[in-house]
Design a protein around this ligand. Sequence first.
Ligand SMILES: Nc1ncnc2c1ncn2[C@@H]1O[C@H](COP(=O)(O)OP(=O)(O)OP(=O)(O)O)[C@@H](O)[C@H]1O
Length: 258
Amino acid sequence: MSQQFPSPGAPVDEPAARATGLTKVYGKGETQVTALNAVSVEFARGRFTAVMGPSGSGKSTLMHCLAGLDKVTSGSARIGDTELASLTERQLTALRRDKVGFVFQGFNLLPTLTALENITLPLRIAGRQPDPAWLETVIATVGLADRLGHRPAELSGGQQQRVAVARALVSRPAIVFADEPTGNLDSRSGAELLGFLRDSVRELGQTVVMVTHDPVAAAHADRVVFLADGRVVDELPAPTCGAVLDRMLRFEAQDSPR
Ligand SMILES: Nc1ncnc2c1ncn2[C@@H]1O[C@H](COP(=O)(O)OP(=O)(O)OP(=O)(O)O)[C@@H](O)[C@H]1O
């Protein structure tokens, strides 16, 4: 399949999302934590980016700020050319619904709905009809055509996660954020899911940003951005598993006391 589905109307070189001097501070006084410290990073359209870094380095906070789930303390978070801080709560809700897809570890599928009903639920909540050709393409890409009538309990963990991916893709969001999407999966289901995410980028033109601790998962991406202590400390284009591991070991060596 080589057909591309670019977001209509967006300039080709505009990033899908970007942070500029983004600082996020949680709490006050002695309990204050600077989760992100003047982070500037761009996520190009139609690319698959992995975000890595030690626990507490700010990976989830960066995704939440860029997805409009959390407010920035200073600096800027943009989806396309939309500055999130300029939006009202109602506009933010609409932006999350229309422009952003989420894939989280827990799946959050509704147990009483079939796979197909789960996939189309966000669109139905928004009062929109799925585009039949696009729906078929997404379902074929994630390999769920023969499981559409099954409820989540009748699907394997990997299949459930694929339903969650299809649900994130079906509204053709400007960007999909995936927070450790393979965290709960066995290695075979995890590899399958990463293949589907990568296919959604290569074949459907989707933009995906994925937080992961796993160098094997990161090697499926086009680029890895490394965070440490709330800053972007490095990045790696066209990552291989070995190159990612090598960077991780080097950071650990720098951090450990001599
Ligand atoms: N709601 C919150 N209130 C207070 N502190 C928070 C909150 N969310 C995150 N933090 C703190 O901000 C820092 C960054 O957290 P974040 O969850 O972004 O890290 P992470 O890199 O995603 O970590 P992990 O890999 O463990 O999920 C941590 O020190 C964390 O304790």
